[in-house]
Design a protein. Structure first.
Length: 376
């Protein structure tokens, strides 16, 4: 198998699985128990919290573990809206992950919250003046994606933070695709919240976290026991939390240098493809992008059919967001950039991992070319 869908999920690292194993097997105590068997589990949770906090330049107490980045994102929006009942407006963008878009729809539908979805340019960039003018005196939160999961386009977090700070409105940044690939410093970016997902960073699925600038003012989404210092009810999954901590340590140790090579492989892929298939364009290619992501427009090619064909050849890529489970919906991100349903249906995402090789993308280009020759 050639796996080129790392923005969807990536392999759990052997070191992470190893770090999780004792907490799955013999050390199964409850981290809230007072006896030693529980206290050692608590220590594992707190060590992991420190590692994740260090990864993103936050303080330990600012990290709240969740079951996913989706939950973390929901929790950020929930906290901001509940914490400021007189503010009934949210600003987001048209190119967010469904974690943000769906929760905004829920707030609109069931809680009468007004939502402004800022459009983007054809290169996937957000207009900072338009963002600025969308923020109102009753805006409870601005929620934006730091690095887009479909195109890899990176937004200037510091400037987004600056705008929101000047308007005294909290900013949530969906940092799921940014963390581990570009420098992420919670303190510096000026966000009030960032959300992270473990399974993009080398843990199994089922763990994420929300980093909160002012935990004292955080309004929980999930109520129950007083876990996570009262910020999220429910017994922590010690194995997954410990795995998240180990993944964070490994990322801190390895740094970001490996992505330089990956960016070269990605750029070579795009050059080969443009040279091999007539009319190919790179969605967001003119913008600052993640080093591993390529979103290609193949005029006249049904990207879902391409994905199925490549799957039969042993290659995994995606045509939209993998989180749009079973819905063969064209990319809302490409649609928002180009206002073209056809272009959205004819675009595919390739996302490389740390170890993706030149030979793999060469094989991908060969097969895309073949598919185009057969189908066009
Ligand atoms: N935000 C972005 C940008 C993502 O890419 C994803 C997952 O694909 C999520 C949020 C949701 O993450 P999780 O799977 O942990 O809920």
């Amino acid at each position: 198998m050639i796996y080129l869908d790392h923005n969807s999920t990536t392999r759990a690292l052997p070191e992470v699985i190893e770090a999780m194993a004792p907490w799955l097997a013999e050390r199964w105590g409850n981290p809230s128990s007072v006896y030693g068997f529980g206290r050692s589990a608590r220590r594992a949770v707190e060590d992991a919290r420190s590692a994740v906090a260090m990864l993103v330049g936050a303080r330990d107490e600012q990290v709240i573990f969740t079951a996913s980045a989706t939950e973390a994102t929901n929790a950020a929006l929930h906290s901001a809206v509940c914490g400021a009942p007189s503010r009934r407006h949210i600003v987001t963008s048209q190119v967010e992950h469904s974690a943000t878009l769906s929760y905004c729809e829920y707030l609109e539908r069931y809680h009468g919250v007004e939502v402004t979805r800022v459009p983007v340019s054809s290169q996937g960039e957000i207009d900072l003046d338009q963002l600025d003018s969308s923020i109102r005196t009753d805006t409870a939160i601005v929620s934006l994606i730091w690095a887009n999961n479909e195109t890899g386009v990176i937004w200037p977090a510091d400037q987004l933070g600056e705008i929101c700070r000047s308007k005294h409105v909290p900013l949530h940044l969906d940092a799921v695709q940014a963390v581990g690939r570009i420098p992420v410093d919670f303190e510096k970016c000026g966000a009030a919240y960032i959300s992270l997902s473990g399974h993009k960073l080398g843990t199994p699925k089922g763990i994420g976290c929300l980093v909160v600038s002012d935990p004292c003012r955080f309004v929980p989404l999930i109520f129950g026991g007083k876990q996570e210092r009262g910020h999220r009810g429910g017994t922590e999954s010690v194995p997954l939390v410990a795995g998240f901590g180990r993944a964070a340590e490994l990322l801190i140790a390895s740094g970001l240098d490996c992505w330089k090579r990956v960016a070269t492989v990605r750029d070579e892929f795009e050059s080969y493809l443009v040279a091999s298939v007539v009319g190919v364009e790179i969605n967001g290619g003119g913008s600052m992008r993640l080093p591993n992501t390529s979103n290609v427009y193949l005029p006249g090619v049904d990207s879902d059919a391409l994905v199925i064909y490549l799957d039969q050849q042993g290659i995994c890529i995606s045509s939209g967001s993998a989180c749009m489970e079973s819905a063969i919906a064209p990319s809302h991100v490409v649609d928002a950039m180009w206002h073209s349903h056809d272009r959205a249906c004819e675009s595919a995402r390739i996302s490389l991992g740390r170890d993706s090789a030149k030979e793999e993308v060469q094989e991908l280009v060969r097969l895309i070319k073949l598919f185009c020759e057969i189908n066009l």
